[in-house]
Design a protein around this ligand. Structure first.
Ligand SMILES: Cc1ncc(COP(=O)(O)O)c(C=O)c1O
Length: 483
């Protein structure tokens, strides 16, 4: 199959390298404009029945393999955005392909039970195995449907625990029961979640109240009066801007303190803080370990809870399984949410955040056992192929290459940042950034946007050094054209 596609026209000759996924093509191969005529027609067809405004191109997921996305026009694209930072093992990984040939696993997948009420008999073992293998020092897990769903539900765990501290062990009053149903206090109390400018936590209404990236996600929707704190905006390179960046940390922390006080005064205390260890869509915005240590102290002083949103950072692309492991926190956070690379969404949380009654944190499916089977296989491959190590090695090569390009094209490229392969850089302005993105696509490389004028790299964990070289070579050609 591959020989047929790649011999038609290969853009970049690459020396033979062994790939972590067998049968990967040697490089990108672009045959048409991207999106090509087939993708454009399919978009028109889909648009007749479903809003398709966001569609970039159509994939051929039979042919896509490893780090290469094959589109409907047979273009072979080096995919460094991995379906919006998902796909840890790329496309059609052999270990995942064989999973559902096992009859037991197939039946677990197709008879998708409502896990909250009728879990399969193998569920306790499965969940225990997950917690013991990947939990970030937190004893409990709760599976959900998507990132926004995980964040919204964990807010409820936070509110339950906050109110329980206040109420003690006494049960609900009659007044609480009747007012809860009609959205009034004391049953529906005035509490809030603090989030940060540039943070993204999802597009369902509750999660959206804590999302502050693009107006298009929010416009026309009523929202909650929840506090939004300033998030540090670092200058790069970090070692040349230490003093300014420490000031950024201080500015953000002072704002958090101020908002805790303001909302307490308004009698809508902050029950929890949600934060991404590195803001993803908001711009790959980092903050120091010291910053997060201080943030945790402020939260604890105010009897609130810290939730790390590791939906984009979790699962290995920073070179650690959980990005917040870089922060050396003296005690674990109260909850950590996940999705994307985990195949299934959900969160880990402390014992204190466990609900005390059924149906307080609930939905029909409570995750998906089929996706848990995929997650188990992902973790196994990550271990066997030492993929965290691979990410660190490849990430170093990518970053070094990007810094060299930044020096060569300093008038249009700056602020290379991030850890592992969770990297980004800025282009001089939004319009030029979009031009670079489209030119890359037409040369067979898929990247994602972030922040005002940033481009983010979100390759799979199986992305290797020879892929990095192909990418850097193509990026250099594009930057030369845009100079
Ligand atoms: C950090 C973060 N949180 C939450 C979400 C929302 O996840 P979903 O789109 O699965 O609801 C995203 C999605 O991009 C994300 O990057």
């Amino acid at each position: 199959m591959w020989s047929k596609i790649v011999t038609r026209r290969v853009f970049f000759k690459v020396r033979f390298c062994s790939s972590l996924v067998p049968d990967e093509p040697e490089g990108p191969c672009v045959l048409t404009d991207v999106p090509g005529p087939c993708s454009r027609k399919l978009k028109k067809d889909l648009g007749k029945d479903q809003y398709a405004g966001e569609v970039t191109l159509f994939g051929n997921y039979q042919k896509s393999i490893g780090n290469y996305l094959v589109d409907a026009d047979d273009n072979v694209l080096l995919d460094m955005f991995s379906q919006i930072a998902t796909l840890p093992l790329g496309y059609n990984h052999p270990e995942l392909l064989k999973l559902f040939q096992d009859d037991k696993k197939l039946k677990t997948m197709i008879n998708r039970p409502a896990l909250g009420v009728f879990p399969g008999e193998d569920q306790p073992k499965r969940i225990h195995s997950l917690v013991s293998q990947i939990a970030p020092c937190l004893p409990k897990i709760n599976l959900m449907m998507c990132g926004a769903c995980a964040n919204e539900q964990v807010f409820k765990n936070v509110f339950i625990a906050y109110q329980r501290k206040k109420r003690g062990q006494e049960g609900f009053t009659d007044e609480e029961k009747t007012t809860a149903v009609i959205n009034q206090p004391p049953g529906a109390p005035n509490l809030c979640i603090l989030s940060f400018c540039g943070g993204l936590h999802g597009r369902a209404l509750g999660a959206l109240a804590s999302t502050h990236t693009k107006y298009i996600y929010k416009i026309d929707y009523p929202s909650l009066d929840w506090p939004i704190a300033y998030f540090p905006r670092y200058r790069y390179p970090l070692d040349e801007n230490e003093r300014e960046n420490i000031e950024e940390d201080k500015k953000s922390l002072a704002h958090v303190e101020e908002l805790f006080a303001t909302y307490k005064k308004k009698e809508t205390p902050v029950a929890g803080v949600i934060v991404e260890p590195i803001q993803g869509e908001g711009g790959n915005n980092e903050a120091s370990a010291l910053y997060f240590q201080e943030l945790q102290k402020i939260i604890k002083r105010n009897n609130a809870y810290l939730v790390f949103n590791e939906i984009q950072t979790g699962g290995g692309s920073t070179g650690k399984f959980w990005c917040h492991e870089y922060f050396d926190l003296p005690v674990p956070p109260d909850a950590v949410t996940f999705s994307k690379k985990f195949a299934v969404a959900g969160y880990f949380h402390s014992d204190e955040l466990t609900p005390d009654k059924p149906f307080r944190v609930f939905n029909t499916w409570m995750g998906d056992p089929g996706k848990v089977i995929i997650l188990e296989a992902i973790i196994k491959v990550m271990r066997e192929q030492d993929l965290l190590d691979n990410v660190l090695k490849v990430g170093a090569r990518l970053k070094c290459g990007l810094v060299e390009l930044e020096e060569e094209f300093c008038e249009i490229m700056d602020s290379v940042r991030g850890v592992g392969t969770f990297l980004a850089f800025n282009i001089a302005n939004e319009e030029l950034r979009d031009t670079v993105l489209h030119k890359l696509l037409r040369k067979g490389v898929v990247l994602g946007r972030c922040g005002e004028s940033g481009l983010r790299l979100r390759p799979a964990l199986i992305f290797q050094e020879h892929h990095a070289d192909i990418f850097l070579d193509i990026l250099r050609q594009v930057l030369k054209q845009c100079k």
